[in-house]
Design a protein around this ligand. Structure first.
Ligand code: AQP
Length: 324
């Protein structure tokens, strides 16, 4: 089996975008690859955060991942900061990473718009830590969304430079493009995101989900119930594609265009279909939240197994660098 690595940041409440764009895929990949899934808390501290919140968030994210179907018997689930070799290797790889390449990264540019000269070194070097995360385990495969493709190209470049200088230690990781589309936020303007507050959280109660759907923007040209709408211009209609059966999507599409149904009808149908997927996840999450020690034990076990691989790689790396 090939080895696969992926990570998720404990930056806020995990949402349906994270589920549809990553977590659901991870659950399927557990059976096809030797998977390492990492809660990347060292990445999460590259933006403003509350030190009191990050610990509980990390634990709750782990509970959510388990509730979504990650199985510690099939994969390694662990927290990045519990394996210090990630940051040690990131430092070493930073000597093989070119500043000009880092400066070209779209994500860095987006996150620092307006005040780039005040950006921190941690945020700038984020892709180098990401490279270390992957190659520390000699992972061959990395599932990525479109937004992460550039970082993976840089990871390959860094690996090539390292291997050329110190010997063929790391495989060049290849990307496994996520089959899921990008989920837009409830605002319809930016991608759904933990930190932007435009999300439906996996932990939201059924009432909370409805409270978010009810006022959400639809086709703005549809001012009254009798006006026909255009589903192609409706952000909420795009959610039906993720949650509703194809025949129902077609009926709603036609009903919107002919004004046979109103936006509230469309939202109610969406809510019911979301509930079918989210309800069972929410129930399992409540169960894991009620037994945090079991979640901690799963993370401890994952970190111990990850550390064994990490220590072995670092021995090899230090030797190659002449540090032993
Ligand atoms: N809106 C989205 N649609 C599809 N996939 C998404 N992902 C995130 N948002 C969407 C995927 O979720 C995985 C984990 O993401 P992350 O926590 O590492 O960072 P992110 O992509 O920056 O996620 P967020 O929710 O937007 O967090 P913040 O607000 O902290 O930046 C990734 O595989 C990502 O593609």
């Amino acid at each position: 089996m090939q080895r696969l690595f992926s990570g998720i940041q404990p930056t806020g409440e995990p949402h349906i975008g994270n589920y549809l764009g990553a977590i659901r895929n991870w659950v399927a990949l557990q059976d096809q690859y030797e998977c390492l899934f990492c809660i990347v808390d060292y990445h999460a501290i590259t933006i403003d955060y509350d030190p009191k919140e990050i610990g509980p968030r990390t634990l709750d994210l782990a509970a959510t991942l388990l509730a979504c179907g990650l199985d510690p018997k099939k994969c390694l689930l662990f927290v990045q900061s519990e394996v210090p070799e990630h940051t040690e290797l990131a430092w070493i790889l930073s000597t093989c990473t070119v500043v000009g390449d880092l400066a070209r990264m779209h994500q860095f540019k987006e996150k620092t718009e307006g005040d780039r000269h005040l950006a921190t070194l941690g945020l700038f070097a984020y892709p180098t830590l990401q490279t270390a995360d992957i190659v520390l385990y000699k992972a061959e495969v990395v599932p990525v969304g479109e937004d992460q493709k550039q970082h993976l190209e840089l990871a390959r470049e860094t690996v090539r430079r390292f291997n050329q200088r110190f010997g063929p230690i790391f495989p060049e990781p290849i990307e496994l493009l996520s089959p899921a589309a990008r989920v837009m936020g409830l605002d319809g303007e930016q991608k759904m995101s933990k930190s932007r507050g435009n999300h439906v959280a996996l932990a939201d109660s059924t009432d909370a989900v409805w409270a978010k759907l009810r006022p959400a923007k639809t086709d703005e040209a549809r001012k009254r119930r009798a006006d026909p709408g255009n589903p192609d211009r409706c952000n909420l209609f795009s959610y039906h594609g993720f949650f509703s059966p194809p025949e129902e999507v077609a009926t709603i599409n036609a009903g919107c265009r002919s004004a046979a149904i109103g936006c509230v009808d469309c939202k109610k149908a969406l809510h019911a279909n979301m509930e079918r997927l989210l309800g069972p996840i929410r129930e399992r999450l409540a169960d894991y939240r009620a037994r945090p020690d079991d979640v901690r034990a799963a993370l401890r076990d994952g970190a111990a197994r990850a550390s064994t691989i990490a220590r072995h790689t670092m021995e090899e790396v230090r030797q190659a660098l002449g540090l032993r």
